[in-house]
Design a protein around this ligand. Sequence first.
Ligand code: 5AD
Ligand code: SF4
Length: 468
Amino acid sequence: MTSSVPVSRPDSTSDRSLKGLHVITWGCQMNVYDSARMTDVLRPLGFVPVDRPEDADMVILNTCHIRDRAAEKVFSELGRLRKVREARAKDGRGTVLAVAGCVAQAEGAEILARAPYVDIVLGPQTYHRLPEMVARAARAGQAVIDTDFPAEQKFDFLPETQAAQTPGNLTAFLTIQEGCDKFCSFCVVPYTRGAETSRPVASVMAEARRMVRSGVREITLLGQNVNAYHGLDDAGEAATLASLMHDLSAIPGLERIRYTTSHPRDVDDALIAAHGDLPAVMPFLHLPVQSGSDRILKAMNRGHTADEYRSVVARLREKRPDLALSSDFIVGHPGETEEDFEATMQLIRDIGFAQAFSFKYSSRPGTPAAGAPMQVPEEIKDRRLQALQALLREQQDAFNADLVGRTVPVLFTGTGRKPGQIVGRSPYLQPVHVDGSVELIGHTVDVRITQRNSNSLGGVLVQERACA
Ligand code: 5AD
Ligand code: SF4
């Protein structure tokens, strides 16, 4: 996913004391959240979001390191930004260039060696120090690098979220947990995001309440390993994701709760029960499995078997029969044979996924799998990925087709492209278009699905009146 956050160009850029900030975001939803928080942290310094790097006094490239050619992508984007900076310099305008995120964490020194024109390199744990880094870079006239894993928690030092307070923001991300101690063989996250840490319950609840007060109706709780959440409550006891969702469910006006990304190993009984007990918890779960072969799951250090995954899914579906699943798959992990790959295909057939993300294994330097024997040739990875994606596409089409004729609650979030049309989100995150009044925006209304398009659904309102 690639997005620019945020996108609006303020009228106030004509105000000389304000400075333009352009943030380019690559990677996961946590990066989207982080980009919004970096914007928040720079606001008191007079930075306001602008749409184009050409208008920006500071550009932040928030990077992702999870898969292939991450660093190369960064250097090519930096080359482009360098030209923008040179053009601005001709008009006497300076541009601070910052690289943030996981590539910055993993390759900080390399970035400054290969792109010495970069002013600031900062890892995901040091965003709260950004204002200081901007000041230091300006003062010293030389690059500042901060890829620490500081003892203080950045959340304690960040200002209150502004990002979710823009009128019309009905859905928001909220990071509750970061980092990972699982050390899957292929994954850089434990190295770039550091050890698993959870935000205290009070801090999460305060942010959620603020979001809801500003109009947010749906919150997605974020964490690299979100169901490993164990933030402390006021009594100093460790909470769980299930108990946190119980607390969140009690916030009036918060209609929908989601969480991502979870690990099958940390799906406990209480979490399964929460899916049945809490209507706000949406029946759509992203639960990465990576492979359906026990041998490969072991090599990946995933800590569970394929049957254990099947059993977790069965128990969840028992509590919430309308639960739909999404997952991540990797083909061509070192050592993967045809038989292993077939076991993954079988698991997909057994479970049935509404959506999925699938990747060819890419070697990440420093991870255990990178040096493992029996790397799988590229052509075999290609073939397996194609077969896997064809099956997943079939399942996704079948899932969408099955929705036609059914009635689902839709949270309306904005106007559609056609006049008279409004658009919202199904429980399964599909965009749904209907003919309806803009007054329904912000409300959840039952919609009968009448048609499926390539990336969205169409429907009709079951009742004109809003139910919230
Ligand atoms: N190669 C391919 N895919 C990877 N992922 C993580 N690391 C790698 C890698 N080295 C995928 C996993 C993970 C998702 C976010 O990215 O499927 O769940
Ligand atoms: Fe990476 Fe595994 Fe941790 Fe997920 S659980 S972030 S794949 S190490």
